[in-house]
Design a protein around this ligand. Structure first.
Ligand code: SF4
Ligand code: SF4
Ligand code: FES
Length: 312
């Protein structure tokens, strides 16, 4: 085990743990935001720079500070390392600049975007961004494309985190999409008009931190904050069958994986559960789902249920 101090809090973690995961072990406000790292996807991280932190002491053996801010998702801790996140004005200022950079080409689509209310980029902008923009240049734009029969790609909203690429690589049989081109021409695309079509492809919707990949069976059906999420399960031969069903009255509007406090799915689910099981009789409903992230959907949702014993 090695000892590391993050924002003046000591924690002991296994050797090889990253600074981000050490911070997650402490929990709370000192955990850096992560738009591209995803603990269930090997090799993810190192793309978005939102998780940058300052290392003021490298280790017990070599106490020199690291010369630049480092990506906490891909930097392993050393024994005696001292890290600053929210206690460093330099980190907070840099993060503000990174949010500005991520928004440089991002459309103001929130009023019509399915991800609104549960969007990591909205949270990031609110928590770490500036309320003003300094850019007036036109954003780069792309045509929307259907990737398969159930998934819509709005490249305009993509932040090129690569999570969907890792997901397709690691949990499906055959990846047919990836990042095409380089630099400011980079885009997520399918090669020679291939479509993403396999039993687990829908998970790319869940891992996408923004509204770039959306569920065509749910598009424009409801704002997420008007729906009630419940944990539910079914005996599924392909996946664990453990999902969240999002209800309007008794109608299932969409089915997603169950996400933790960092917005990461606990278990990937199959397309049959996600897209084809929209009847209440398909599911055994367990309990209301408490959404732990800080988007609109998590606000005051269940206090009324607890207080009055029914939906507020
Ligand atoms: S992806 Fe998020 S920030 Fe972008 S338009 Fe959609 S809700 Fe707004
Ligand atoms: S489509 Fe979504 S998951 Fe894929 S790279 Fe873009 S933002 Fe990331
Ligand atoms: S979460 Fe570390 S670089 Fe994106």
């Amino acid at each position: 085990m090695v000892k590391v101090t993050i924002d003046n809090i000591d924690v002991e973690v296994e050797e090889g743990t990253t600074i981000l995961n050490a911070a997650r072990k402490i929990g709370g406000k000192i955990v850096p935001p992560a738009m591209c790292y995803y603990s269930k996807l090997a090799g993810s991280g190192g793309k978005c720079r939102t998780c940058l932190v300052k290392v003021t002491q490298g280790s017990d053996k070599d106490p020199r500070p690291m010369p630049k801010l480092v990506a906490s998702c891909s930097t392993p801790v050393q024994n005696g390392m001292i890290v600053q996140n929210i206690t460093s004005p330099e980190v907070l200022e840099t993060r503000k600049a990174i949010v500005e950079f991520l928004l440089l080409n991002h459309p103001l689509d929130c009023p019509v975007c399915d991800q609104a209310g549960e969007c990591d980029l909205q949270d990031l902008s609110y928590n770490h961004g500036s309320s003003l923009t300094r850019t007036e240049e036109p954003r780069r734009t792309f045509e929307m494309i259907d990737v398969g029969s159930k998934i819509k790609l709005h490249m305009n909203r993509c932040i090129l985190c690569y999570r969907c690429v890792y997901t397709a690589d690691q949990i499906t049989d055959k990846r047919v999409h990836g990042v095409l081109e380089r630099g400011d021409r980079c885009e997520i695309g399918t090669y020679i008009k291939n479509v993403i079509d396999n039993d687990f492809s829908g998970n790319i919707i869940d891992v996408c931190p923004v509204g770039a990949l959306t569920d065509m069976t749910f598009r424009f059906k409801s704002r997420v904050w008007f729906t009630n999420p419940y944990d539910a399960h079914r005996a599924c031969p392909k996946c664990s069958g453990k999902v969240v069903i999002w209800l309007s009255g008794n109608k299932i509007l969409r089915v997603t994986g169950r996400k933790d406090e960092y917005g990461e799915v606990e278990e990937f689910i199959c397309n049959e559960c996600r897209f084809d099981k929209k009847e209440m009789s398909d599911w055994i409903v367990e309990k209301p789902r408490k959404i732990k992230r800080n988007s609109v959907i998590s606000q005051n949702h269940y206090e009324l249920i607890n207080k009055y014993g029914s939906h507020g």
